[in-house]
Design a protein around this ligand. Structure first.
Ligand SMILES: C[S@@+](CC[C@H](N)C(=O)[O-])C[C@H]1O[C@@H](n2cnc3c(N)ncnc32)[C@H](O)[C@@H]1O
Length: 355
């Protein structure tokens, strides 16, 4: 009898706490942070070791621009419930606000270890590790600076990057599943097919009105073999002074560098292409701009007459697919030719190609 009475009291108390937490969460969702904070203060006065309330109040305090107090709540929540990915992620956000990038990265990485698919932690970590302009802004500046007359893009998706090439009088996009919902200009063609099929059946030079490629952006299938063929095929239509950009060459971590296609947080194993080109194409100039989320390689000094990559494709697949991601554990920046994400340096690099 007494036992069941205690059980009932305990169940009622738990239900009330849950109710208050739910109310606070709803207020947070509606951006009523001060009201949520008052509920959580009262709850934590009665129940100071409630890890969920501490975590939520920490998040609220961060949202109220009080990262130091938020950190205190979150560290306490972490002691009580060490393996919460949310707690590590919130701590990472606080450290980032405070300006402690090193600790922010440690906490962000822990959040991703606990919840490997966390897109929010991926996004935060990429911005912390690759600060400066986002790839889209870097691409915008490169296009604005080079003003290509011919532009080729492999992997078009909604056409957001394709439509940046405003200087070009001939634009070719290639994508088996483009999602363009705007009207293409008369100088633009989008081929709804894979890049392999395109190069097997079409003549890129003819599609560009008999001209070579000024600038290409490779952003299609993020698997190494595809990126290698895309580069080799595009290079055939380049001049020595053309520029080829390759997206996703600087992966954040092994998780995002996996080979299985997925919708977000996926750079794939395109990084292997940089290692390959460095080893077997020393004639090329290779710089990987450290722009979030996953780096942007700039390849210069191209050789349209080179068929070496395609001629040796099978043995190259074998050699480079055997490379484990751990190859990058030591010296990733050097192995992938990381280049500073600073516009003055990028401008100098594309203006005067040099080693
Ligand atoms: C990351 S999106 C491109 C985003 C676009 N470049 C931008 O920055 O806005 C990748 C695109 O590659 C396309 N894709 C996948 N496999 C491909 C292939 N084999 N050849 C060409 N494009 C491919 C997908 O359909 C997808 O639209």
């Amino acid at each position: 009898m007494l036992v069941s009475l205690f059980k009932d009291i305990f169940a009622n108390k738990t239900a009330r706490v849950e109710e208050e937490l739910d109310r606070a969460k709803l207020l947070v969702r509606d951006s009523q942070f001060n009201s949520a904070s008052m509920i959580l203060d009262a709850l934590l006065q009665r129940d100071p070791d409630n890890a969920s309330a501490l975590l939520l109040r920490g998040a609220v305090k961060r949202l109220l621009n009080n990262p130091h107090e938020a950190k205190a709540d979150l560290l306490r929540a972490q002691v009580l419930h060490a393996d919460s990915g949310d707690c590590h992620f919130e701590l990472a956000l606080c450290y980032a606000m405070i300006g402690d990038t090193r600790q922010a990265i440690v906490c962000g990485e822990r959040a991703r270890q606990i919840v490997p698919g966390s897109a929010a932690a991926f996004s935060l970590l990429t911005q912390l590790q690759l600060p400066g302009d986002y790839y889209f802004d870097v691409l915008t500046r490169i296009l604005g600076y080079l003003k290509p007359r011919t532009y080729v893009e492999i992997g078009v998706f909604q056409g957001s990057s394709l439509r940046l090439a405003t200087s070009a009088s001939a634009i070719v996009g290639i994508d088996p599943d483009p999602k363009i919902d705007w009207v293409l200009g008369p100088h633009m063609k989008v081929f709804k097919t894979t890049s392999d099929d395109f190069f097997a059946t079409q003549d890129l030079g003819a599609e560009l009105g008999g001209r070579s490629v000024d600038l290409a952006f490779i952003d299609g299938m993020h698997q190494f073999e595809f990126a290698m063929r895309d580069f080799a095929n595009v290079e055939r239509y380049c001049r020595r002074d053309s520029v080829v950009l390759i997206h996703d060459c600087y992966p954040l971590d092994e998780e995002s560098a996996g080979r299985e296609p997925r919708a977000s947080s996926w750079s794939g194993d395109v990084w292997r292409l940089i290692v390959l080109l460095k080893k077997y194409r020393p004639d090329l100039l290779i710089h990987t701009i450290g722009t979030a989320p996953t780096g942007l390689a700039v390849i210069q000094n191209l050789d349209p007459g080179s068929t070496w990559l395609l001629d040796n494709r099978d043995r190259l697949y074998q050699e480079f697919l055997a490379l484990d991601y751990s190859y990058l554990d030591d010296g990733k920046q050097i192995k992938l030719n990381l280049f500073p994400n600073e516009w003055a340096a990028i401008e100098e690099m594309i203006r005067t190609p040099s080693r």
